[in-house]
Design a protein around this ligand. Sequence first.
Ligand code: SAM
Length: 203
Amino acid sequence: METNYWDKKAPDYDTHRKKSENAYSKLMELIKGECSKSQTFLDIGTGTGEIPIALSNSVKEITAIDFSQEMINIAKLKREKLDINNITFQVQDCYNPSFNDKTFDIITVINLLHLLDKPEQFLNSVKGLLEDNGKLIIPTFLHNHSILTKMFSRVAKLKGHPIVTRFDSKSIIEFITKCGYSLDKSVFIKGAIPILFVVVSKK
Ligand SMILES: C[S@@+](CC[C@H](N)C(=O)[O-])C[C@H]1O[C@@H](n2cnc3c(N)ncnc32)[C@H](O)[C@@H]1O
């Protein structure tokens, strides 16, 4: 996937994301329910940093990565404006993250999996970064949920949105568990394109 697409989207990304505000606030509530103050946290595909910023008081420290330099620039500006000092933003590709094994208690991957060309390779590499008792939180848009979402999804793809996999509630759990994780929790979040909130741990 081209970084260029996301670099171009970055300036308007927050306005675009507001269309899913209800779903995202439910999502944040669910993520906060999985966190505690002692944890180290990695957010992969962080975009403009809204998720780590909203969680900065709920965890010890957060590293947040994205392969788009423009997204990370915006995230850093927000962090400075809000004077937050426990988040590190870095430009990194999700396929080759440069961290030591077993570094993180919680890894979030929010609405990224359906955009990846090699989601299986990605899930395998992320596993190494998790502590043995760590959790992967991987909420993902369900483009294959209904006839209506399939229609929305096709229109979005025609407009250039880089959707690769159209998941539904069943296929996403099957896919993630097949990659060596066990399911801890899933919660369906309504929306024009619904999201399945999924929490898994290493098998
Ligand atoms: C749909 S946005 C989601 C952003 C954020 N997680 C959210 O939910 O608001 C997808 C993000 O993933 C990033 N991304 C896509 N492919 C990536 C890759 N291979 N490595 C790192 N980031 C990637 C994009 O730059 C974009 O910021």
